[in-house]
Design a protein around this ligand. Structure first.
Ligand code: MG
Length: 302
């Protein structure tokens, strides 16, 4: 299933949880009899009821006349699938070989390491915007705004001291995340938190694809374009530290609750890796695509 959070265009302040049913149709879970106030509540419910719950929704979707629950996609605005994450996003830094090289070429001080031990950092996110919503330029704070297309996973069942071969049973699903970064803030301060956490720096979407629909471990093409020009192109099977390792390691002594979002790192091709970096400017359009999930497109706004 492709799960979404959306706002009906005739009630734009409402947030509803639904299913991206076809390319141009959405199903309202509320109208299907599953009333969730948020995606986080749905994920929590699925965790408590284990596998049966998502299958129940799926069976309903497949077997019941659902005309009443159908809404045309053009009549809704897609929001981030998780507009208000329960906690900050856990991020992997330097987790693709070629990206680690380009980053260390930009600043050896700020971007060393990553190969032997995973680089973990936190991305504060008060509000995540969805597909189509603008990325603020923050021109008063940065003139080195950069993009990072990433596969993000969402934890479905509490993970505590999980072994690598058990990790797949704890994943709820996957989405596309743009780890927007202010490189000057990131390198000026000793830690990356500030440069990664300005308002509007965590677009996600367009949907969460549930884990049952993606072969494990995910080997999906991932790309990013800026104004249609391809900047990043790789495959999620190129992670230095893979999902089994990341989740298992983090779960040793740190409980990962349902709804936890982990961004697995970005491949080569970010602006700071260019010979003469071309950072984002107002009016640019960034599109991050992952095979089987979709495209997350966001314009940069002054
Ligand atoms: Mg990143």
């Amino acid at each position: 299933m492709k799960l979404i959070t959306y706002a009906p265009k005739d009630a734009p302040t409402k947030e509803e949880v639904g299913i991206l049913y076809t390319d141009d149709t959405v199903l309202s879970l509320r109208k299907m009899g599953f009333a969730f106030s948020s995606m986080n509540e749905l994920i929590q419910c699925a965790a408590e009821r284990e596998d049966g719950f998502l299958q129940e929704i799926c069976a309903f979707q497949n077997n019941t006349p659902i005309k009443e629950a159908e809404i045309a996609l053009r009549d809704v605005t897609l929001l981030s699938p998780i507009p208000r994450p329960l906690q900050d996003v856990i991020c992997l830094g330097l987790n693709y070989e070629e990206h680690a090289k380009e980053a260390s070429g930009y600043s050896r001080d700020a971007f060393s390491g990553g190969k032997e031990a995973a680089v973990y950092f936190s991305k504060r996110v008060t509000f995540s915007q969805g597909d189509g919503a603008p990325i603020p330029l923050h021109a008063d704070l940065t003139d080195r705004l950069d993009y990072e297309a990433e596969l993000a996973l969402i934890i479905g069942r509490e993970a505590k001291n999980v072994s690598p071969d058990e990790v797949k049973n704890h994943i709820f699903g996957y989405t596309v995340l743009n780890d927007v970064s202010a490189r000057d803030l990131q390198t000026r301060h000793k830690q990356w938190l500030f440069g990664k956490s300005l308002d509007g720096f965590t677009p996600m979407g367009p949907c969460i694809v549930t884990a049952d629909e993606i072969a494990y471990p995910p080997a999906l093409s991932i790309s990013c374009t800026v104004n249609g020009e391809v900047r990043q192109r790789a495959n999620t099977n190129m992670l230095i530290h893979d999902i089994d390792e990341i989740v298992s390691e983090l779960s040793q002594g740190m409980t990962l609750q349902p709804g936890t979002i982990i961004a697995t790192g970005t491949p080569k091709g970010v602006a700071m890796g260019m010979q003469e970096p071309v950072f984002l400017k107002a009016g640019d359009v960034v599109a991050c695509t992952i095979e089987g999930i979709g495209t997350l497109t966001n314009p940069v706004q002054a």
